[in-house]
Structures are given as structure tokens and as C-alpha cells.
Ligand binder design. Sequence first.
Ligand code: PXL
Length: 281
Amino acid sequence: MSMKRIVTIQDISCVGKCSLTVALPIISAMGVETAILPTAVLSTHTMFNEFTFRDLTCDITPITEHWKREQFKFDAIYTGYLGSFEQLALVNKFFTDFKTSDNVIFVDPVMADNGKLYPGFTPEFAKAMAELCKQADVVVPNLTEAAFMLGEECCLAGYNEDYIKSTLKKLTALGAKCAVLTGVSFEPGKVGFMGYDSLKDEFFSYYHRRIDMVFHGTGDVFASTAVGALTRGFTLGEALKIAADYTVECIEITMADPEHDTYGVEFEKAIPALLKTLGDC
Ligand code: PXL
């Protein structure tokens, strides 16, 4: 079987274990080639007190023009943290240029969590990110990102299944074929995701134990694993479940290390378990 190839478009945060320093090792370990289109280089992710930031927007067009001349094809296009309106426009064009009849466009609209936008993002940016979802096959916002993209008040607790289902339908109405909400919880101690496939008109969900500890980069671990598994041929529901279980495993392994860092999870230690789940060893 020929090797599958993903391209992921997001920043390099040199220290901090998120975005490309998570996507590259995880997707590669899953046996899928990982091409990258780096959008910026930061000394760390933006949750540190300070960070350097070199914007690489100017490189996006020359890189993609070269790739077009080479006629590269990608089995999946996976976008994460994007830093400007201009980058969103260029990524929209990238989707148009590299969409094929059978590849998957997977958008993780990284912008916000726990009711708040990350530093540097605005409600207008969230609306522009919603535009990017138009061309997506799969979008995976958390509840906060979904609310900002839909221009609604954030509702982080006390909601019912109807609220989640109607939010999912509104997200697919933006144009995405499938929408998945992460961080969904209907009972104490449990959290997971609910998704909606608008082509099949089907909902799916999965819940696991909730761990009351926040580590940065877990969203990127989840999205990277989901894209990897999807590219390996798992259904979307299966791929997301594999990703959720791996993310929980990463958090638990990290918490078991009394000297763990707080800026990211020790996902490296859980890779053998992930490969077992995939049936690779
Ligand atoms: O994990 C998402 C992410 C990616 N890239 C940068 C970030 C964050 C989250 O804060 O700051 C630069």
C-alpha cells in the first residue's frame, strides 16, 4: 500500500509542545507522511509571559506555487493555529488549489477556550475563520470556538443535547460537511465530543472520564491523532474516539510524572499505546 501523505498548516512554537511540534511526531509515528507549511515561528506558544514571533505569511505563496508545479497531492489537509486574516485568505486559496475528489480538508479553528479568545484574536477573526470552514470536510471546534464562529454567547455548562445538536447543525450550515464539538459534557466526571455528518444526517458521540487539569496543546494532540487515523482509513467516529482515548492517556501519563512541565503533555510516552490501538504493534 502506498504511503499516505498529510499536509498540515500551522505555526512552529519552538518550545511548548503544540502545533507542529505535536502534529509532526504524532502523524509520522502513525505511519503517515507529514508535509508541513509553517505559518510562523514563535520561541514558545503564546501562553508564556513573552514570546518572539516571526511571521512567515510571505513564504506561503512561493511554497504553494512550487508545490503546484511539482503536482503534489495530499490525502488530507489539516489546518490549526493561523495568525492573521491574510493567512486565512491564503489557506482558503490553498484549499481550492489542493482539493481533490477524495482528500479530506480538516480544520481545527484554534482560537479560544473556556469562554475566552487566545491573545491576539478578535471576534472578527472568528467570523473569518468560519469562512474557512465552508470548504472543510471536517471542523473540530471546542464550545468556545463554535460560539465565536457563530457570533453567539458562549454556553459552557448547563446545556442540553438539543443545544449541542443545533450548534452542530449551524456549524455544518456554514458549509462544512461534518462538524465535531469537543469538550461536551452532560454529566459530572464525563466529557467528550459530539459530531454531526450533514451528508448522512447522523449524529455520533463519545464520552470518557474528565480530568480536571489543563495542559496546553491537548487540542493539537487530539486533532493530529484524529487526522492521522482518518487518513489511515478509520471512519470519522472511530478516528475521533482513538484521538480522544490517546489524549486522555497523554494527560494521565503526564500527571503521573511528578516533575512534569505544565506547558504541554508527555505525548511521546503514550505513542506505543497509540500504535497498539492502530494494530501496528
Ligand atoms: O495549541 C494551540 C496553539 C498553537 N499555536 C500557538 C498557540 C496555541 C495555543 O495557545 O499559542 C502559537
